[in-house]
Ligand binder design. Structure first.
Ligand code: PGA
Ligand code: MG
Length: 231
């Protein structure tokens, strides 16, 4: 049986969106996959330290892509920074000075990105930055808005791990719920959108589940079971 790598989003995928409470059966199923010999790697808009800690306590593969692709944590004192905080801060200042109700979200410390509350029109901010010739990535995870450096997203962040661990796209199964997961879907042969994803996100996935978040993860693993026995 082939070793697979699961690239798994956190919020809205294995947690109740917004609250952060883990769906324990889904986490248990992911731990079981890891024990069977597969990789289970969190790829999240949270800090990479949060993703890494979840892997330690949850019993999955100890490496995480966080900050929406901007930062990879491979050990407690080993972080690979792919994004550049300064350009994100500059874009943040411009957005804040020109659009109302723009505020930073209270999150664990970031090394490469700015995270905002979902309290304004993101398309308006995109238009504003375009007019000012500032090219950053603006995205919505349904949990927060993110400002990332140009070219930084979950797909480019995860690609670094694929290179590092010599993982082929053919063996990657991505699971997610929001627009920030689409770049990850694009670098994975199999991509799974959960029932709580928008129609746009679903249209970018190779498989669509009907159940939401953690229940949808269990539904997906059930469907994939025939190709996932012990390695
Ligand atoms: O945007 C966030 O901070 C978290 O979102 P994600 O885990 O669904 O990527
Ligand atoms: Mg999510």
């Amino acid at each position: 049986m082939k070793k697979r790598t699961f690239a798994v989003d956190i919020d809205g995928t294995i947690t109740e969106n917004g609250g952060g409470r883990i769906h324990l059966e889904a986490l248990e199923a992911l731990r079981r996959l890891t024990t069977m010999g597969h990789n289970v790697i969190f790829v999240t808009g949270r800090s990479s330290v949060e993703g890494y800690l979840l892997s330690v306590f949850g019993g999955t593969t100890k490496i995480a892509v966080g900050e929406n692709g901007g930062c990879i944590t491979i050990d407690s004192d080993e972080h690979i920074l792919l994004g550049n905080m300064d350009e994100c801060k500059k874009a943040f200042e411009i957005i804040q000075n020109n659009i109302e109700h723009v505020q930073e979200k209270h999150v664990f410390p970031r090394m490469t990105e700015v995270v905002l509350e979902r309290t304004f029109d993101l398309d308006l901010a995109r238009k504003l930055l375009k007019e000012k010739n500032i090219s950053v990535e603006l995205s919505d995870s349904q949990y927060a808005y993110h400002i990332n450096s140009p070219g930084i997203d979950k797909g480019t962040g995860f690609t670094k791990i694929m290179e590092k661990l010599s993982i082929s796209a053919d063996d990657v199964i991505a699971i997610g719920d929001s627009a920030t997961d689409i770049p990850l879907f694009r670098v994975s042969k199999t991509s799974i959108a959960l029932g709580n994803a928008s129609d746009h996100v679903k249209s970018e996935a190779t498989m669509v589940m009907s159940a939401h978040a953690g229940d949808g993860v269990l539904e997906a693993l059930d469907k994939l079971a025939p190709i996932l026995s012990e390695i």
